[in-house]
Write a protein that binds this ligand. Structure first.
Ligand code: EPU
Length: 293
């Protein structure tokens, strides 16, 4: 029996993951599922549960490394009009999980809403950004999130708001597999001033990060009171290469995928960098990116 036989429009079996990731790497998912409504999402979650199919939830693939062998089970991507909608109500915004963060940042600047410009240049979806409390040296998204609508593994929908919602460095206390939407509260400001901050942030990124390469942002979390990039740099690892994967010369916490690179190359380079930083500085780096293997 075909579990998703009547859902051919939203379920693609044996579907290549590489085109869905910024790295352009990774083998096929057993099932690649793009529900178009909340009810369809609940339906596929139920079918996966009934058939013991593991679910992986993805955003826009900008912080994701998928193994060359691909993903066993289902990959669910929330996209389409329902899941990428954004509603503005004065300074309060409800952004659905599949909405693109960088587009939302620009929309807010145009509307004279301050608070998201600190996230300039960070790719990815709202769902992914909330899940890992995306941010950088200027702040993170958690500072403007008031509440989230979540869906658990059984398809039950519920809300979680501050103060139960606690954001920390690149994490938040959300265990439910699906973030459906987030409500953000910004503050009214002068569009020109907000645009200036956005430009400053953008110039900082452009000067410090290998933006025009195939990468997936910073690979490792910054350890407490330290910078992963600086530790890797000080260990002399800029330019270290395994196969088609290379530690960026511009920012050592970026691993760039060159022509012919495989996921295995990136994974081996990650392990090599960890080992050498451990030996050099006695620090155990932890990946910031999501790795599906
Ligand atoms: N540094 C080096 N060598 C390098 C890279 C950095 O010595 O090769 C030094 C810098 O000179 C600086 C310090 O390390 O003194 C920190 O570097 P940077 O300002 O670039 O910030 P970061 O901590 O490495 C964080 C986020 C980035 C975000 C930037 C800017 C993490 C892991 N990274 O980088 O986020 O873009 O701040 O806001 O928190 C990402 O999450 O994917 C990401 C790229």
């Amino acid at each position: 029996m075909n579990i998703f036989g009547d859902l051919a429009e939203i379920v693609e079996p044996n579907h290549a993951m590489a085109p869905h990731t910024w790295y352009r790497l990774g083998g096929p998912a057993d099932y690649f599922i793009r529900p178009q409504t909340v009810e369809q999402l609940q339906d596929v979650v139920k079918r996966c549960n009934d058939n013991h199919i593991r679910i992986h939830v993805m955003g826009l693939g900008s912080n994701l490394l998928v193994s060359d062998e691909g993903v066993r089970g289902a990959v669910v991507k929330l996209e389409g009009p329902v899941f990428s909608a954004v509603q503005f109500d004065g300074a309060q915004i409800t952004a659905w999980a599949g909405a693109e963060l960088s587009k939302l940042v620009l929309d807010c600047v145009e509307k004279g809403l301050a608070g998201l410009e600190i996230l300039t240049g960070i790719p990815g979806s709202i769902g992914g950004a909330v899940k890992m409390n995306a941010g950088g040296r200027f702040g993170d998204i958690g500072s403007v999130v008031d509440s989230v609508t979540l869906m658990d593994g059984q398809g039950t929908i519920f809300e979680k708001s501050r103060p139960e919602l606690i954001f920390d460095y690149r994490c938040v206390n959300i265990r439910a597999p699906f973030i459906l939407n987030a409500t953000l509260t910004l503050s009214p400001g002068d569009p020109k001033q907000i645009m200036r901050t956005l430009k400053e942030n953008w110039i900082y990124k452009k000067n410090n990060q290998p933006l025009n390469t195939r990468n997936c942002g910073c690979v490792f979390k910054n350890p407490p009171e330290a910078s992963a990039g600086a530790l890797i740099d000080r260990a002399g690892l800029k330019g270290l290469q395994i196969g088609g994967a290379v530690v960026s010369e511009k920012h050592a916490n970026f691993i760039v995928a060159n022509e012919g690179c495989t996921s295995r190359d990136v994974m081996r380079l990650i392990e090599s960098v960890r080992k050498r930083v451990r030996e050099h500085a006695g620090v155990e780096l932890q990946p910031e990116i999501e790795i599906w293997k």
